[in-house]
Each structure stands twice: as C-alpha cells, then as structure tokens.
Design a protein around this ligand. Structure first.
Ligand code: HEC
Length: 123
C-alpha cells in the first residue's frame, strides 16, 4: 500500500503527459504543418484515405459517393478541374460540404489548396 502511494504522483504525471500527447500537434508545434512541396502520394492520399475514401473509393463511388472517385489520381483531378474539391472542403456555397458533418482540420485543407496551387501534380 505504501509503495502505491509513492507511485500515485508518478501515475498522475504520466496520465497528464499522455493527455498532452493527444493534443492537436498543430497547436503545440505551429510549424508541424508542411506548407510547400505538397506531395500527392505522401500528403493528399493519406487525407483522402482517412476522410473520404469510405464513400469515394473507386469501386464504391457509384454507391456511396455520388459517382465521385477520390481514390484515383484521375478521379481527384476531375474535382480539381471543376473546383468542387476546394469548394466542398471549404464548405463554399454552391458545393456540397465535405465531410458532411465536420470540416477537415485547417492544416489538411491548406495542404490540399497548396497542392492544387502547385499544379495538382501526381508526385
Ligand atoms: C459519408 C459519405 C461521404 C464522405 C465521407 C465524403 N463524401 Fe463527398 N460526397 C458524398 C456524396 C453522397 C456526394 C454526392 C452528393 C452530394 O454532392 O452531396 C459527394 C460529393 C462530393 C463532391 C462533389 C461536391 C459538389 O458540390 O459537386 C466532392 C468534391 C466530394 N464529395 C469530396 C469529398 C471529400 C474531399 C471528402 C473527404 C474530405 C468527402 N467527399 C467525404 C459522400 C461522402
């Protein structure tokens, strides 16, 4: 019992440290958001996989994603060309807001915008 009491402050400290760990990395490290040389494969694909592919995968886009395929580069380029990618993630009037119920974090929206500005390369 005695040793448990000694351990308590350590346990509390560890718990508070792990709470920090889950904080938004962007707030803790403002420079953590890469803002140039955005890569399709390294930066854009992971954002799509995490947030969009559940509905917009190539093979189920017909069923869940309004026939929009965000799994393939050529599919994404169509939404770049008609401005719907940028319109939807920024919840611009005239476009369907994506994701429906929330907004992507600032950093991810910025990275998509920068990738488009840099020429939406298949890099
Ligand atoms: C829960 C399913 C679902 C998820 C998750 C989802 N979408 Fe969609 N999305 C749809 C459906 C359905 C449509 C077609 C109907 C509509 O426009 O509302 C659509 C339409 C779109 C359009 C066309 C919008 C327009 O106004 O022309 C774009 C671009 C798009 N989605 C991008 C995304 C992106 C980027 C993500 C991830 C950040 C995403 N979607 C996540 C279901 C989803």
């Amino acid at each position: 019992m005695k040793s448990l009491k000694k351990l308590l402050p350590i346990i509390l400290l560890l718990m508070s440290l792990s709470a920090c760990y889950y904080d938004n990395a962007e707030e803790l490290y403002p420079d953590a958001c890469k803002k140039s040389n955005i890569s399709y494969s390294e930066d854009i694909v992971p954002i799509m996989n995490m947030n969009c592919i559940s509905c917009h995968a190539s093979d189920n886009a017909n069923m869940f994603g309004g026939e929009i395929d965000l799994e393939s580069y050529s599919g994404i380029i169509e939404t770049v060309t008609d401005s719907s990618l940028s319109g939807s993630i920024n919840h611009t009037e005239g476009f369907s807001p994506m994701p429906f119920e929330s907004m992507l974090p600032d950093c991810q929206r910025k990275q998509i915008e920068i990738w488009i500005e840099e020429g939406a390369k298949n890099n």
